[in-house]
Design a protein around this ligand. Structure first.
Ligand SMILES: [Zn+2]
Length: 414
């Protein structure tokens, strides 16, 4: 199974926005932007929402049937490992092998030696077409990269073969993700990781490195834009080179686990994928959940009451909700609105504080990030929350579609 050139990952925590999300893809198609949808959900998210991997397949299939989508679409078992993959095998045709937990642990000495030998032809000064400065690849560089990533890539091989035995080896798309690690990977490391993946025989089609800068949940990129641009540009050159050198799939492309809403780098990414004529996968997820909250706020009545309650509870359980996300959120508690005053807010006040419009004086990124991780509160409300989504479907869906199309799909791909 080959992945399409441009794909957009959409996550849908409560499985009610599949059609609204697909509508955004269709709007793109009307403008001649050929993007294919991939519904992604991680094991960790399933555990919080208490949903099952097969629910994502059912949602994707039903959205596609309802809107008469004729193109390819996929269901991504996002961030799975050997321990969690089995429940995803039947319903998914895209697997994100997350081996970040295995990075930084040493592989066997023999394997390191063999890898080092296999790339010895690249040692010294390596010129990669499209990159101005040649890379200096010393024996030490190779061994250090193997020390960080070889064991992880071997683990990815085990997961890939495990899925392959059950589904058939060429019947799905394989992504390898190392984005949830402490340090970003530079282009030389990406090159060496791809060499390891090729050596392991994994037919990787999307690779998710950790990029430089901070990818906080639901808010804009924080980091050096020029540095990001340079590295992303080099990463694209590295991938094109690695496809030729290692015989990797010609569909291989970068996967950006965006954490949603990285508006300031979307234009850079757009320019660079056009420059290199390369493919791209971008994953979003939480941004759709936040649009549900905005839609309920705009609906007024019970919808507004529910999202005020979600905020009040999220505020009360701030420490506990924020803890698992400490590396991907930056919330200043002093800048969070007092839940008692939020109780008095109008629909417009709530929606404007939450909606990600940087130029708006009412936009509050602290409020937004807390609600981003606050979906656990809504999950705890069970059908009271999902009933409200259904009762206010039109307003919620309009926000979901507009957000995905205007603030993500168009700036990234158009
Ligand atoms: Zn990720």
């Amino acid at each position: 199974m080959k992945i399409e050139k441009y794909t957009l990952g959409v996550g849908d925590r409560f499985a009610h926005q599949g059609r609204a999300q697909l509508q955004a893809i269709l709007k793109g198609r009307e403008m001649g932007i050929d993007v294919h949808p991939v519904w992604n959900k991680s094991n960790r998210e399933h555990l919080i929402i208490k949903s099952k991997p097969d629910d994502v397949r059912a949602e994707a299939d039903s959205a596609v049937a309802a809107l008469g989508w004729k193109g390819a679409y996929h269901v991504d078992a996002d961030h799975i490992g050997l321990k969690t993959v089995d429940a995803f095998i039947a319903g998914s045709d895209f697997f994100t092998l997350d081996v970040a937990d295995f990075t930084g642990k040493a592989a066997e000495e023999e394997a390191v030696n063999a890898f080092s030998k296999s790339v010895s032809q690249y040692s010294g000064s390596l010129s990669i077409p499209g990159i101005a400065q040649p890379f200096d690849i010393a024996e030490e560089t190779v061994r250090r990269a193997a020390g960080k990533f070889l064991l992880a890539v071997q683990e990815a091989g085990r997961i890939y073969r495990h899925i392959g035995k059950r589904k058939g080896p060429e019947s799905f798309i394989t992504e390898v993700s190392v984005d949830e690690t402490d340090a970003p990977q530079n282009p030389v490391e990406l090159f060496l990781i791809l060499a390891m993946i090729a050596g392991e025989g994994i037919p990787v089609q999307t690779i998710a490195p950790k990029f430089t800068g901070r990818f906080n949940k639901g808010v804009d990129y924080v980091g050096d834009l020029a540095q990001f641009e340079k590295e992303f540009d080099e990463d694209l050159s590295v991938i094109a080179f690695a496809i030729r050198e290692f015989g990797l799939a010609d569909t291989l492309k970068l996967s950006v686990h965006s954490g949603s809403d990285k508006f300031s780098i979307y234009s850079i990414i757009n320019r660079l994928i056009k420059k290199h004529d390369s493919g791209l996968h971008v994953k979003t997820a939480g941004t759709t959940w936040l649009e549900e909250v905005i839609g309920l706020a705009e609906s007024g009545g019970d919808g507004l009451e529910i999202v005020k309650e979600v905020y009040a509870q999220a505020h009360e359980h701030f420490a506990e909700l924020a803890a698992p996300y400490s590396t991907v959120i930056d919330i200043d508690p002093d800048k969070l609105p007092n839940p008692k005053s939020v109780m008095g807010w109008s629909s417009a006040q709530y929606a404007e504080a939450l909606r990600h419009v940087e130029s708006s004086p009412h936009y509050n990124p602290h409020f937004r990030q807390l609600l981003h991780v606050g979906f656990k509160v809504a999950a705890g409300m069970g059908s009271r929350f999902t009933d409200a989504l259904e009762a206010n479907e039109a307003v919620v869906a309009r926000n979901v579609t507009e957000n995905l199309f205007d603030r993500h799909l168009r700036p990234i791909f158009a």
